[in-house]
Ligand binder design. Structure first.
Ligand SMILES: NC(=O)c1ccc[n+]([C@@H]2O[C@H](COP(=O)([O-])OP(=O)(O)OC[C@H]3O[C@@H](n4cnc5c(N)ncnc54)[C@H](O)[C@@H]3O)[C@@H](O)[C@H]2O)c1
Length: 352
């Protein structure tokens, strides 16, 4: 687990989340429960109802000061998972739903209290919200991202949207102007912190990522995969820059987008992406990362990501998003300091 934070807009630094936790439990706003000496009198229960347990770190329990209000934008696989988890466990971890929006409101009616349903997304400003979580489509990031940041912190679930340099610049500027934070989760990227370190030290020479999935898992905007048959095997659909690939496969290459952000000196144009359709991959997605440095240095990783047939999101990513929300909750109690992490990837934070 690790995190990346910004000390000032545009500059990224990486930190081990464990380092942060061990260095600054108190400064993070957590209050450690004192060990009771044997025979000591029973303490008064905590009366401040706003304080909630947010985690059990190395067997010590820490308390968050306030509840974080979350707006969920999108009610597909990820959105539904996050909503259910906040409804079931939010009270214990300091998270509360501010609103849920989906383009088809009918999907929400049976599973949510009506006061949580937002019918018109433009009405998000009428709800007190700390963090808006986009889990639907990059187009929503483009249309609403800047407005979201004028009102709340913003976790971009579809970072492929940031392959548009103008949009990335606009989001950074909005975060700065409104003193809000833009969070970018890494999804299925493995080794993002190491990529980031090499990037920062100027030793990252090349980065390429191949994502292979069953054809039913691809959502492509061009006819790269208009016809396929079960059993046809492996087909390379695209190989080239991640900048060009993101608009072609906006829902499938968020991991590559996160890598391009970590490798900021190469950027979306300098990082190579390949997508492969493979009918043998009915049970999992494959993510292969190849990093190249000086004097023959190279690292290759292969991540096997169990996934349901037809799903754009691997199973592990659900918990990863949940971990991100918990880390955002931790970050919130830290004025001026940034901490954010995922159990299996980076969560990057842009400007506070
Ligand atoms: N950051 C990451 O690592 C990561 C990992 C997995 C998925 N994602 C992204 O998160 C998003 C949600 O993933 P999911 O698994 O829940 O997908 P999903 O397909 O199950 O759900 C997407 C939801 O968004 C809605 N939607 C689609 N296009 C829309 C549009 N143009 N405007 C408004 N709503 C729209 C759909 O109706 C659906 O309800 C996707 O963009 C996906 O690419 C990111």
């Amino acid at each position: 687990m690790y995190s990346i934070h910004t000390s000032r807009a545009g500059d990224l630094e990486s930190l081990s989340a464990l380092d942060i936790i061990s260095k600054s439990k108190e400064s993070l706003g957590f209050k450690q429960r004192q060990q009771k000496p044997k025979g000591a009198q029973k303490k008064e229960p905590v009366r401040n109802r706003e304080k909630v347990k947010i985690g059990n770190l190395q067997n010590n329990i820490y308390m968050a000061e306030k509840v974080l209000k979350i707006g969920i934008v999108g009610y597909g696989h990820l959105g539904r998972f996050l909503v259910e988890r906040i409804l079931n466990e939010g009270g214990e971890v300091g998270l509360q739903l501010a609103f849920v929006w989906n383009r088809n409101t009918d999907k929400l009616k049976d599973s949510l209290p009506k006061e949580l349903i937002l019918h018109d997304l433009s009405d998000f400003t009428k709800r007190a919200t700390d963090v808006i979580v986009e889990v639907c489509h990059p187009l929503i990031v483009k249309e609403f991202g800047v407005r979201f940041l004028s009102h709340a912190n913003f976790l971009v679930g579809s970072p492929s949207a940031l392959s548009d340099p103008q949009l990335e610049q606009d989001l950074r500027a909005a975060a700065k102007q409104h003193a809000k934070t833009l969070y970018v989760p890494s999804g299925a990227l493995w080794g993002g912190q190491d990529i980031q370190k090499m990037n920062d030290s100027g030793t990252l020479q090349a980065l390429s990522i191949r994502m292979s999935k069953h054809p039913s898992c691809f959502r492509l905007t061009r006819g790269l995969l208009s016809h396929w048959t079960e059993g046809e095997g492996r087909r390379v659909l695209y190989n080239g820059s991640v900048a060009e690939l993101c608009p072609i496969a906006p829902n499938n290459v968020n991991t590559m987008a996160a890598a391009a952000i970590a490798a900021s000196k190469l950027g979306f144009h300098g990082v190579t992406g390949e997508i492969v359709s493979d009918t043998a991959l009915a049970d999992y997605h494959l993510v292969e990362v190849e990093v190249t440095g000086p004097d023959g240095f190279s690292v290759k990783t292969v991540r096997q990501n169990p996934a349901k047939l037809g799903a754009v999101t691997g199973n592990a990513t659900y918990n990863s998003f949940w971990s991100s929300l918990l880390e955002v909750q931790s970050a919130r109690v830290t004025e001026g300091e940034c901490i954010s992490a995922e159990s299996n990837g980076l969560l990057q934070k842009e400007h506070k």
